[in-house]
Design a protein around this ligand. Structure first.
Ligand code: ACO
Length: 289
């Protein structure tokens, strides 16, 4: 453990330039040694469209002139309100996905990032304008997860954090699960920031479902399984969230879901549905087989 801490603590790259941003890094990333021959690289220059990284700006400029493509590889599977999502297969676009992992590790501490990218799909979220597509974050997903994970790793690039993109990426991962007709969950452990973001998404989604249920049907009991099926959130996460919200009570030794209108109204204010939201009608995707 000690050794692991040492390795992850020592940063080998000071900052990265991505598009119009220079971003200070957070953690070590196992870039190939050529990239930081003196044990440390002050700044790496990263191509927004291929995630190739260079030690000198001039190399990036030359590279960018050669690369005509102004968007990530793979299939565009979603486009709405200035946002486009690309699905990139790790087995088809291996170098792109490995580069993305090297880049992502600069901001992910606790996770073992897998550089064997073949078994994964990468969902890269971009903002688009007249100059092209600018990646703002991504999540990865195992093509086949035996335990029902619908997300392996999630990252919003630091200049784009706290604008709701993390929430959007999480919502997107559940939208894919819904299309698959499955429930899903993020791979554990979650980082602190991952935990805050998930809890906020889960709470907002479950509270919203409660409120709609109350409006459309008459007060009828809701079960954990129904909630899980309706939201694609795995039952364990539904239970943990309801406990956190104080909506599970013990009555005569039996756990019951309990939410009256005044409690729900308060929770609705505390955990609103936020923008940008995923518009399922703009998702053009069939499950990986
Ligand atoms: N401090 C406190 N709260 C924060 C912070 C922060 N620095 N950043 C985000 N939040 C809260 C927001 O207030 C928001 O809560 P709310 O909806 O109740 O207001 C919630 O987290 C989500 O905010 P978003 O803007 O939607 O999320 P963001 O785009 O910032 O992305 C993410 C969240 C992906 C976790 C980002 O912080 C990140 O990339 N962190 C580094 C990588 C990481 O830790 N990833 C998760 C690892 S676990 C896994 O991969 C399975």
């Amino acid at each position: 453990l000690r050794e692991h801490e040492e390795v992850t603590k020592v940063k080998n790259v000071g900052s990265v330039e991505l598009g119009r941003f220079v971003i200070e890094t957070w953690y070590f990333s196992p870039f190939p040694k050529e990239v930081y021959p003196e044990g440390f690289a002050e700044c790496l220059y990263v191509c927004e469209h291929t995630f190739s990284f260079f030690r000198h700006k001039s190399e990036l400029v030359r590279w960018s002139k050669r690369v005509k493509c102004r968007h990530p590889p793979g299939n565009e599977i979603y486009r709405s309100e200035g946002l486009a999502m690309f699905e990139v297969d790790g087995a088809q676009h291996t170098v792109f996905c490995q580069n993305l992992c090297y880049f992502a590790k600069l901001f992910l501490d606790h996770k073992t990032l897998y550089f064997d990218v073949d078994p994964f799909l990468f969902y890269v979220l971009t903002e688009y304008d007249e100059f092209g597509y600018h990646p703002v974050g991504y999540f990865s997903k195992e093509k086949r997860s035996e335990v029902g994970y619908n997300l392996a790793c999630i990252l919003t690039f630091p200049p784009y954090q706290r604008k709701g993109y993390g929430r959007f990426l999480i919502a997107f991962s559940y939208a894919l699960s819904r299309k698959e007709g499955k429930v899903g969950a993020p791979e554990k452990p979650l980082s602190d920031l991952g935990h805050v973001s998930y809890r906020s998404y889960w709470a907002a989604t479950l509270v919203d479902h409660f409120c709609n249920h109350r409006h459309h049907h008459h007060p009828k009991a809701l079960s954990i399984m129904e909630l899980s099926k309706a939201t694609s959130i795995m039952a364990d996460d539904v239970i943990a969230t309801l406990q956190y919200l104080g909506l599970i009570r013990c009555v005569n030794g039996i756990s019951v879901l309990w939410a009256d209108d005044s409690i729900l109204a308060k929770l609705r204010v505390r955990y609103p549905i936020k923008l940008p939201a995923v518009d399922p009608s703009q998702l053009h995707w069939t499950p990986y087989v």
